[in-house]
Design a protein around this ligand. Sequence first.
Ligand code: ADP
Length: 376
Amino acid sequence: MATIALDNVTKRYGETLVIDKLSLDISDQEFVVFVGPSGCGKSTALRMIAGLESVSDGQLSIGGRVVNDVHPKDRDCAMVFQSYALYPHMTVFENIAFGLKIRKTPTSEIERRVNDAARILELGQFLDRKPRELSGGQRQRVALGRAIVRNPSVFLFDEPLSNLDAELRGAMRAEIAQLQQNLRTTMVYVTHDQVEAMTLGDRIAVLAPLSRGYGVNLMQVGAPMDLYMKPKNAFVAKFIGTPPMSMFKGVMAEDRATIQIAGRSFKSPDIYDLGPHAAPGSEILAGLRPEHVRAEPRSHWVNTLDVTGKVKTVEFLGHEAIIHLDIGAEEPLLGKLTGRGRTPPRVGDEFTMVAHLERLHLFDPKTENRLPERKA
Ligand code: ADP
């Protein structure tokens, strides 16, 4: 059973606190992605699990065994890095077999394991090639092969796809997801790319640097849809979802249900228990995802608001365009035009989009925490 448990795990480099009391339980065979902006400590957390960095405080366990003082090679983890670090003078076969060879694995066993890994990774026809005769994606698969043959109880990935171009990244992402299905091994994967996180993880742990002032690194951990539907705070709301949520500071109106944003009235969805934020004049942080602001209204939308503004930017993506509308607030309102029926506006045009206010996300402006929902 390769569970991983971080219990108040803390990391200091000298005087600098990088990770403060990180607690997280990862189940056997679970795929957990650590995601967050650069410098949030995700690689450090992964390297502590691998044993490549010491734990300053707290307890780290793998398979129920405390490993704070266990040597990396005795942790039964295999790690795949951004740089593949293949041996250029060795063939693909020799590269994949290398780790087994230095562990004095019998030759027949090496052959069996390398061939198995090559079959899973579709590298069979390349086993005699040198790394320089491979594409970037194939090299990364060799690096994966090297990890697979060790048959570890835990796989650790540190931004393994960052060096690949966008198309290959998409393809490799699918392969890693498939790999997880086939191997059923506990996997921890670090990335700064929230799309990668959303598509790969059973659960995602969103981390923030301590310098963001939340007082902890772990912002939220949950299934991808939970993070998308119910982000616990403004940081997660902005980080998960692409293009990102537009967010505005509004003020509660006299009716205790309408939030005034840049001279417009946004009716709060019924799900929230506004509590003290219902008081007229209270500030509220309100966010809307671009997919809930449309040039063409949706028939099933209720509680909608027409929002007119000046077009700041139009991003054409082929199947849709992202419109950035200046509504006189601190940031533009982003919305989508999917091309049915309306011609895309030009920069500077006045344009009206429809906001689906039932999907408004509300946060406390001080703590930035999501407002609670009404009890059913
Ligand atoms: P991420 O992987 O999220 O980009 P890292 O875990 O690499 O972040 O780093 C987290 C923070 O720790 C950063 O501010 C980084 O500068 C600092 N850091 C990382 N390694 C060291 C080190 N060896 N010495 C001092 N500070 C470090």
